[in-house]
Write a protein that binds this ligand. Structure first.
Ligand SMILES: Cc1cc2nc3c(=O)[nH]c(=O)nc-3n(C[C@H](O)[C@H](O)[C@H](O)COP(=O)(O)OP(=O)(O)OC[C@H]3O[C@@H](n4cnc5c(N)ncnc54)[C@H](O)[C@@H]3O)c2cc1C
Length: 384
């Protein structure tokens, strides 16, 4: 019988980062991945400053995969072009294939983590703590003390472990290609954020890399899905992007706080737990945070076998993230209800833009309302 202390399914940012955090603790760890690495992943490739800071603390070499450091954002609404520059770097541009490969290398360096790619999970028997996968045509059944679901939005696996903590699904669609003649003059320094009059629930964005750009649309409102195709057409025409390259759609699960993200010896992290931000679609930071929290509780479990792993993990995730997610839903509601006013507040209004930037950098969290008020009063007084 082959048994590992921890089996992690999915070598995306959440899974690889968790394997990395656990690797020096004397545990046997198996990281299983469906695809062959390095692999393409649909993503805008924006690492917020708070996510970047977290990774930089672990490994300064993260610098080597940064394509661009963005301080300036161009906001476009109703043909108004508002360019805003922040004092601090806001977003770090990366290719997801580079980031995921970098994180995987951090995890597997020194061979303390066993990594298997191109595998296909067949069954998970939670009652017997084992799973069956196929690798190069051969079936293998292995046992675990702890199983971690880091499989992103693959809800088939959520069903296999009977943990599907989702309220709904946001949709993000991205396109990667040459900059085109219109965004060219902003390409060196700016990211773009835009709303179009006929598509109030959808945000358009452009994230520049060193040679290409990633353009995309994001919406967390299911009612907006059917119009995404026509918004793409308008968005591409607006920026004269090459429409022979087709956008790729992907879903981002959004958590239902009443549903479980863990049971007994099974934990979900990252998108598999629906932890992405429903307001902006940012998921990398929350993938890292949930991995950090999971790593602490997994260590505690092996130190004290009576430790209530699922309960303690869920408690810390809730106390760290639940309030933030609730407030994200409020901002999301305001944006969808009053898109023009909210967009104006976050871009044209200097105070609103500074608050938005401090959310991205991590200086203020969504739920720190008192801090937001104090910050606003201070800024207003300074201007009088
Ligand atoms: C279009 C788009 C743009 C986005 N842009 C941004 C952005 O700019 N910034 C940001 O912070 N977030 C962004 N996000 C969100 C972000 O991509 C996710 O939140 C993040 O990838 C979650 O990481 P994860 O490790 O939980 O899941 P994933 O990155 O999805 O990783 C899951 C891994 O599990 C593997 N897997 C799946 N099924 C199986 C299986 N059966 N067996 C084994 N392995 C399996 C997958 O191949 C994958 O490698 C974007 C999302 C989309 C869709």
């Amino acid at each position: 019988m082959i048994k590992y202390n921890v089996i992690i399914i999915g070598a995306g940012p959440a899974g690889s980062f968790l394997a990395y955090k656990l690797k020096n603790q004397g545990l046997s760890i198996l990281l299983l991945e469906k695809k062959g690495f390095p692999r393409y992943k649909t993503c805008a490739g924006g690492l917020s400053r708070k996510a970047y800071n977290l990774l930089f603390l672990e490994n300064e070499n993260i610098e080597t995969i940064i394509e661009k450091r963005i301080k300036k954002v161009l906001y476009v609404r109703k043909q108004h072009f508002i360019a805003r520059a922040s004092e601090k770097e806001l977003i770090y541009m990366i290719y997801r294939s580079d980031l995921d490969h970098f994180l995987l290398n951090m995890a597997v360096k020194n061979n303390t983590v066993c990594f298997k790619e191109n595998i296909s999970i067949q069954k998970i028997k939670t009652t017997k703590s084992n799973l069956t996968y196929v690798e190069e045509g051969r079936k293998q059944t292995i046992y675990y003390d702890i199983l971690v679901g880091a499989w992103g939005s693959n809800i088939r696996l959520n069903k296999l472990v009977d943990l599907a903590p989702f309220k709904r699904f946001a949709v993000s669609s991205s396109w990667e290609g040459p900059v085109g003649p219109c965004f060219n003059k902003y390409f060196d320094e700016y990211a773009l954020c835009q709303i179009l009059r006929r598509y109030p629930g959808i945000i358009g964005y452009i994230f520049p890399k060193s040679e290409l750009i990633t353009a995309g649309l994001f919406t967390s409102q299911s009612s907006s899905f059917p119009v995404m195709k026509s918004m793409w057409k308008e968005f591409m025409e607006f920026w004269k992007l090459d429409n022979s390259i087709k956008p790729r759609n992907a879903i981002i699960p959004i958590r239902d706080s009443k549903k479980s993200i863990a049971k007994k010896n099974i934990l979900l992290i990252g998108d598999a737990a629906g932890l992405a931000d429903p307001f902006t679609g940012e998921g990398l930071y929350y993938a890292f945070i949930s991995s950090l929290i999971a790593s602490r509780h997994i260590s505690n479990f092996f130190y004290n076998k009576k430790y209530n792993l699922a309960y303690e993990y869920t408690e810390e995730i809730n106390s760290t993230l639940l309030d933030i997610q609730k407030w994200a839903t409020v901002y999301e509601f305001l944006f969808h209800r009053f898109p023009n006013v909210s967009f104006w507040f976050g871009s044209e209004c200097i105070l609103g833009n500074e608050i938005l930037n401090s959310f991205i950098t991590g200086e203020i969290k969504y739920n720190e309302i008192l801090k937001i008020l104090k910050y606003s009063v201070k800024r207003i007084l300074r201007r009088i």
